[in-house]
Design a protein around this ligand. Structure first.
Ligand SMILES: Cc1cc2nc3c(=O)[nH]c(=O)nc-3n(C[C@H](O)[C@H](O)[C@H](O)COP(=O)(O)OP(=O)(O)OC[C@H]3O[C@@H](n4cnc5c(N)ncnc54)[C@H](O)[C@@H]3O)c2cc1C
Length: 503
């Protein structure tokens, strides 16, 4: 069953979590009634609540009675344990999207993500001092490809988008000379790469800033409360059943990402699949930072995608403020072959096999100028923490946003299934979803004109439709470079203990 497990591994981002907010309950008892119940407290939940309050105020409505319910501590799901990278996909999936949706929609999916760098900047600024705590920095993403075959695949997709949409691709700069790539990136062994605008942030702190702001507007947050079921009466009242009692409301949002099938098994079991992922933080030595500080204050001046075989991409940010930690995620070559280790698996209480050793040998293998002797004692590779997190992979690769069709589902809103790539999508999706929710709150039902505005505000593939829900498609394993027809396998395969297999 897709429910969050207790005792998850401890990520870097939560190390100075505010204990008051982490286990916050606005009232000792669960309220028994609300206008809107939001299940989840990650970035999807937090941005949805924020936008509902903003849009309700813009419409001159009184602040709605919102209850947010979180199974564990505040934002302790994927949002509290991700890579912190706001990295739009500006080329890699273009050819694939074009074959699925045509050239215009493929481009729309990419410009939508690109626009999120500015959306975060504006959002953080609008939150004042609280927003500043989230340490957002606009950077250049630098993708470094190690295998010529994978570089060829990516380059074809990049050139196709460039040819189809020259005006939208001007900020993407290709680097074809491996020596130049090494100088630009500081990553050893790359054959081809490119750079484009991106950002990085402390996602947990942004999420908490948004939740604090909503609490001040009257939201009731109930952490450590598990929603176990949703039932709707013929009168249109939803009963949100939890392990601490039931709340009645007319509108519910499932902002439950990987865990959506826990509360909506019939609809989402085959559509949003929990997938285990991992990341770590590396503490670079002072001399390493100083030797690299040619442009900005971190150990590396860019953020990175470091790509090996299909599905085996690492991602990395280098915090340019305060602690200067490097956050590195991926390590998929260590466990992808063992489908049961990651596919349809919600256990973020344990590390994935082989990942600690992978991260610990990473810096000396791939970081130009990294000297092993500078590492702090007891921290091989400078690795401080390794953690696991659960991503909500989508059967057709794109998120699920909207109100479910049918009278029996009226008032049930979904924002989930970000396919491990929520940062450059979630705030925009939440703003669109809030259009539907505020229409329902003010008019009793979502009006047709608002529904149209909602559809136009999003890339069309994100919108939940009956056709999408009925489609018998599952591209998840294929998108990870795995054979989709292969059954989940427990057959023993030799463990890779070095990275050489990737190169
Ligand atoms: C290791 C890792 C690295 C990643 N790196 C990046 C990255 O660098 N860039 C990027 O764009 N994306 C990244 N992602 C993905 C990104 O973190 C997600 O897309 C995003 O955080 C999703 O936010 P969310 O609010 O939808 O889901 P979540 O943050 O997972 O929030 C869902 C919440 O719902 C709660 N919940 C679920 N079921 C119930 C229930 N029944 N009752 C009560 N509460 C419930 C959960 O406890 C959880 O807190 C990464 C993810 C992981 C795990």
């Amino acid at each position: 069953m897709a429910f969050p497990v207790p005792n998850p591994t401890a990520p870097f981002w939560l190390k100075d979590a505010d204990p008051t907010l982490a286990r916050h309950r606005s009232t000792a008892d669960l309220p028994n009634q609300a206008d809107l119940v939001i299940v989840g407290s990650g970035l999807s939940a937090a941005t949805t609540a924020h936008n509902v309050y903003l849009q309700a105020a813009e419409k001159g409505l009184p602040p709605p009675k919102v209850v947010m319910i979180e199974a564990r501590d505040t934002a302790s799901g994927a949002t509290g344990r991700n890579g912190g990278h706001i990295k739009p996909d500006v080329y890699y999936s273009y050819s694939k999207y074009k074959s699925m949706y045509g050239a215009e929609l493929a481009n729309r999916l990419m410009t939508y993500e690109e626009g999120h760098v500015q959306i975060y900047k504006d959002l953080v600024e609008s939150l004042g001092e609280r927003g500043a705590e989230a340490d957002m920095v606009i950077t250049q993403a630098c993708d470094v490809f190690h295998l010529p075959s994978e570089a060829d695949f990516a380059r074809r997709s990049f050139l196709e988008r460039k040819r189809d949409h020259p005006d939208d691709t001007k900020q993407i700069v290709e680097i074809t000379d491996p020596q130049e790539l090494l100088e630009e990136s500081g990553i050893v062994g790359g054959k081809w790469g490119l750079t484009f605008p991106a950002g990085h942030i402390w996602p947990y702190k942004l999420c908490c800033a948004l939740i604090q702001t909503s609490l001040e507007k009257g939201m009731n947050l109930q952490t450590r409360t598990v929603v176990v079921g949703l039932k709707r009466s013929v009168e249109g009242i939803w009963r949100v059943e939890t392990d601490r009692g039931t709340i009645s409301c007319r509108s519910v949002v499932a902002a439950t990402n990987a865990y959506t099938s826990g509360i909506l098994p019939e609809i989402f079991k085959e559509k949003i699949v929990p997938v285990r992922g991992t990341a770590c933080n590396i503490v670079p030595s002072k001399s390493f930072i100083e030797s690299k500080a040619k442009k900005v204050g971190g150990a590396f001046s860019n953020t990175y995608g470091i790509r090996f075989k299909p599905g085996e991409a690492d991602y990395m940010i280098s915090r340019q403020v305060k602690d200067k930690s490097i956050v590195l995620g991926g390590a998929k070559g260590e466990f992808l072959w063992d489908h049961s280790a990651w596919y349809d698996n919600v256990d973020d209480s344990k590390l994935l096999p082989g990942t600690q050793a992978y991260f610990e040998s990473y810096a000396s293998k791939y970081f130009k100028g990294w000297k092993k002797e500078e590492e702090e004692e007891g921290k091989p590779g400078g690795v401080e923490r390794v953690w696991t997190g659960i991503l909500g992979y989508s059967s057709d690769l794109v998120p699920w946003i909207g109100e479910l069709d049918g009278e029996e589902n009226e008032g049930l809103f979904i924002i989930a299934g970000f396919h491990g790539h929520g940062m450059p999508r979630i705030p925009g999706c939440a703003s669109s979803l809030a259009l539907l929710i505020t229409s329902k709150l003010s008019e009793g039902r979502v009006s047709e004109s608002v529904r149209k505005a909602f559809r136009e505000s999003l890339p069309q593939p994100y919108v939940i439709t009956s056709q999408r829900l009925q489609a018998k498609v599952n591209m998840i394993k294929g998108s990870m470079g795995q054979d989709p027809s292969e059954a989940k396998s427990n057959v023993h395969q030799p463990r890779r203990t070095t990275h050489s297999a990737h190169l």
